[in-house]
Design a protein around this ligand. Structure first.
Ligand code: ADP
Ligand code: TRP
Length: 322
């Protein structure tokens, strides 16, 4: 099976990204041929400053590699190093009804937030479809928020194939085996846009400070507490070994435990969990030439596949010498 996924360089990775999506993507490398890329064309839809996006792209590459991207097996590249994808996006645009894109909830949400949409934002799902289809992907592991974009991809591929023949492979399914939504410091979904994140690679001191600020209720120390309603416990679940988690659950329910104590332990566990990745990150940061080589090699491998699909699609629609 060929597995493909993209991630936007839109800010520092947080533990919601990791436990919600990336961990599973990295695990899939053991069983499948994986194609993972940095979706920098997509990131342009929000018009970042040039210097910001350049820095975020390299940071994301280093983060991904530190977290366990297998650079020997997995093809890893910057989306914009494979420009063939924008040409396929145009061919797909011409079979995509405008109404299909108008129904996309991520687009509607942005408009509801008062963002004045550019054409790139509107056409975003078509570029995503091109990303998926140009590499003949079978599986696209993404978070639940992206489910509709995979459905749109299948719809567009069907329309293209109906008009021009069986050129494009439909992604068979999308798998999202994520943990429940990871809560942020304020109890809402952890998200860059809510400024409530714990970044994977922020300094350890800052991780500790943030954890001490996690919102909890005002149940007195001696009273029993409901672990299932506690943001600290929800995060403990991600990093505590099973037997320790059971112990905490008992202590919550029995009373006599303060949230401060649980927070301190959470900070220790979280810092320990990411320690090896942090070390690997520091090593990679000192060797950016190597990171750039990996991306260049990935782009070469990705372009070979993309060029082949694009050539078939161009021929099918009647472009170029026949
Ligand atoms: P953000 O909300 O911070 O902008 P993104 O939308 O860039 O995060 O998320 C990238 C991926 O990480 C998505 O596939 C999404 O499903 C997953 N993800 C993000 N935040 C969480 C969270 N709090 N819990 C679980 N998964 C998350
Ligand atoms: N839209 C995805 C996100 O914001 C990123 C993305 C771009 C993607 N192209 C893709 C994900 C292709 C999967 C497949 O998270």
């Amino acid at each position: 099976m060929r597995v493909l996924s993209g991630i936007q360089p839109s800010g520092r990775l947080h533990i919601g990204n990791f436990f919600g999506a990336m961990r599973r993507q990295l695990e899939l490398q053991a069983e499948h041929e994986c194609f993972y890329f940095i979706a920098d064309y997509h990131a342009l839809t929000s018009n970042p400053a040039a210097s910001d996006i350049a820095g975020r792209i390299i940071d994301l590459a280093v983060d991904y590699m530190a977290l366990g991207l297998d650079t020997k097996k997995t093809v890893f590249w910057r989306q914009s190093d494979v420009p063939q994808v924008t040409e396929l996006a145009w061919l797909l645009s011409c079979v995509t009804p405008k109404g299909l894109l108008e129904r996309c909830t991520s687009y509607k949400d942005k408009i509801a937030q008062g963002i004045s949409p550019n054409h790139g934002l509107f056409a975003y799902p078509v570029l995503q479809a091109a990303d998926i289809l140009i590499f003949n992907s079978d599986l696209v592991p993404v978070g639940a928020d992206q489910k509709q974009h995979i459905e749109v991809t299948r719809d567009i591929a069907l329309r293209f194939n109906n008009s021009y023949g069986e050129i494009l492979t439909l992604p068979k399914e999308h798998i999202i085996e994520s943990v429940a939504v990871v809560p942020g410091l304020d109890g809402r979904k952890m998200s860059k846009s809510y400024d409530n994140t714990i970044e994977i690679f922020e300094p350890e001191g800052s991780v500790k400070k943030k954890i001490m600020k996690i919102v909890t209720d005002s149940t007195p120390v001696e009273d029993p507490k409901d672990p299932d309603k506690c943001n600290v416990f929800a995060l403990l679940k991600l990093v505590a070994p099973d037997d320790e988690l059971k112990e905490w659950e008992g202590r919550y329910r029995n009373g006599g435990m303060g949230y401060g104590e649980a927070k301190k332990r959470l900070a220790e566990l979280l810092i320990d969990y990411f320690k090896p990745y942090r070390e690997k990150r520091a090593e990679l940061e000192g060797n950016l030439d190597y990171v750039n080589e990996v991306l260049a090699d990935g782009a070469k491998r990705a372009r070979a596949v993309a060029a082949e699909t694009l050539a078939r699609a161009r021929k099918a629609v009647g472009l170029g010498a026949q």
